[in-house]
Design a protein around this ligand. Structure first.
Ligand code: AMP
Length: 544
């Protein structure tokens, strides 16, 4: 027997409509490419979103068309998220840090009709012009006064919307209609597209508000350092208006001092981003001798958060949520906010032990860990295997890519994450490594994340990465690459002593190399691929 309830399709534009009516005191603050700060309410955003929807219609954009963005975190980018999806088209966010080759590939693969671009990225478009599709129109996200000098045929965002009505008769779209498109990056081969639907996006936003509710409430001021150009800034452009939180968009200045200043002046409570960004912020906090005004929580994900980073935040009164997810999952899969009873009863050291885990699943995500034969392993805290996921905000295939789709799922339809993990009986997930980043030494696995975590706690280490280098006897051995915190280089003996408190002797890195900085991927994570290429022919001491 079926239930007798109305079916109202879940729709992205309903989130902003709701916020515009119900969250009057929340605001969106943006550091603009024009050099100043812009602020307005969700109600004002909703009006400009309606104007942009009209403008898109005038440009001939129809349901299902792909409209691309190449932009920082700011209010115009936010408006495009809603205007494009609101008319039934698909907002394709492009990561400006992709290589030219990858960018051309995804623009062509997505068949983008229009490209919205921040002034900062106009030179990228100029450089690529001969390879861009003929009919692609470019709109610069600024006003007439700030339009760049260029011989490209460029349209101006503010001109486009200037005389458009501030209301729009939003169409009712099927909830399974695509609303967003984001390509994975940092992997070898061509990027693969995750095509989000209205339904998956709204469910993900609701799940985010529930699971991370302590950090995302009415009145909270949230800083998404995580970019709108990659996996929907972890769902914040949807979750924040739903919850009634304010959004503080940082624009392009993501270094420690700039982030600190913005947080301090705008009294940001909750800041979300990858560990590399927080290393910069923590250095600035140390230099200033105090936390930014109002700072009370941080969400860190995208790659493993070192224990030392979590400890510094927690000791200064900033609660840390260590989260895990991926582009294909909208992206949030797990969150590390500790249950209230654990916060009340566990010591700091016990809590830190747990916070190194990537947390528990959010509602709507199922997790399983499997062995090489695809058999499920127990959630016993010790069985290690590949992590598979399923849920209603997880891709069912890659956009227009049968080959990649065929490889990604098991026979029961679960998606293979490529992460190696352990799950405890209480649901806490520990990501041991990317399958391809694990180091296989004499048939045994060494987790690069485990070693990095310990090394990061040494005061003479600013950042580090562990990679596999080929070894004639052991197959692979770990090489530790360190960015020193000062002039002095820490000795191998000292690092070994530190590591031996946590790992077995055979897991110690065979050598240390010092570098000025680590290569980053387009999403700000340490690029192990680039490092492995750099040290491809590395001679370990016992090979010389
Ligand atoms: P992306 O699709 O670019 O968001 O990358 C997803 C991948 O980032 C995951 O499959 C993990 O390998 C990695 N990742 C994300 N969050 C974490 C985390 N908290 N700890 C360790 N790895 C993470």
């Amino acid at each position: 027997m079926l239930g007798q309830m109305m079916h109202r399709p879940l729709s992205v534009i309903e989130i902003l409509k709701f916020a515009s009516e119900n969250h009057k005191s929340a605001e969106i603050v943006s550091v603009r490419t024009e050099g100043d700060i812009h602020r307005y309410s969700y109600a004002q955003a909703f009006e400009r979103v309606a104007q942009m929807a009209h403008a898109l219609g005038r440009m001939g954009i129809a349901s299902g068309d792909r409209v691309a963005t190449l932009a920082w975190n700011g209010y115009r980018h936010f408006e495009l998220y809603y205007a494009i999806s609101g008319i039934g088209a698909v907002c394709h966010t492009i990561n400006p840090r992709l290589s030219a080759e990858q960018m051309i590939y995804i623009i062509q693969h997505a068949d983008d009709q229009v490209l919205f671009v921040d002034t900062t990225f106009v030179p990228i478009i100029a450089a690529l012009r001969s390879q861009l599709p003929q009919g692609l129109r470019c709109v610069v996200m600024t006003d007439r006064a700030h339009m760049p000098d260029s011989d490209l045929d460029l349209l101006c965002y503010e001109d486009l919307i200037a005389d458009c009505p501030k209301t729009y008769d939003w169409p009712e779209v099927d909830e399974n209609t695509a609303c967003g498109l984001c390509y994975t990056s940092g992997t070898t081969g061509n990027p693969k597209g995750a095509l989000y639907s209205h339904r998956s996006t709204v469910l993900h936003a609701m799940s985010l508000c529930i699971s991370l509710g302590r950090f995302l409430q009415e009145g909270t001021r949230v800083l998404p350092v995580v970019p709108l150009f990659h996996v929907n800034a972890w769902g914040l452009p949807y979750g924040a208006p739903l919850a009634g939180a304010s959004l503080i968009f940082p624009g392009g200045a993501l270094d420690g001092p700039s982030v600190y200043k913005l947080m301090d002046e705008e009294r940001v409570n909750s800041a979300w981003g990858v560990p590399t960004v927080w290393l910069g912020l923590q250095a600035e906090i140390a230099a200033k001798g105090r936390n930014p005004n109002g700072f009370s929580s941080v969400v860190v994900g995208g790659s493993a958060a070192p224990r030392s980073m979590i400890e510094k935040f927690e000791k200064s009164g900033v609660s840390v949520c260590h989260a895990w997810g991926m582009t294909e999952m909208s992206p949030v899969g797990t969150h590390g906010i500790l249950p209230a009873d654990m916060i009340a009863t566990k010591s700091l050291s016990e809590r830190l032990d747990l916070q190194q885990y990537q947390g528990r699943r959010v509602f709507g995500v199922d997790l399983k860990v499997v062995d090489e034969n695809g058999e499920s392993l127990p959630h016993d805290g010790t069985s290690v295997g590949e992590l598979y996921v399923r849920g209603n905000a997880i891709i069912s295939g890659y956009f227009d890519n049968e080959a990649a789709t065929a490889e990604a799922f098991d026979s029961e339809g679960w998606f293979g994450t490529g992460d190696i993990a352990v799950i405890r009986p209480d649901g806490f997930l520990s990501i041991q490594d990317r399958a391809k980043d694990l180091i296989k030494s004499g048939g045994e696995w060494i987790s690069s994340i485990d070693l990095e975590n310990v090394v990061m706690s040494h005061p003479m280490v600013a950042n580090c990465a562990v990679i596999a280098v080929a070894h004639p006897k052991w197959d692979e051995r770990p090489l530790l690459v360190i960015v020193p915190a000062g002039q002095e280089h820490v000795s191998k003996a000292e690092i070994d002593d530190l590591l031996l408190q946590h790992v077995a002797k055979w897991q110690l890195p065979d050598a240390i190399e010092f570098v000025d900085e680590l290569p980053l991927t387009a999403t700000g994570k340490v690029s192990k691929l680039t490092l492995r290429q750099k040290f491809a022919n590395y001679m370990l001491p016992d090979m010389k």
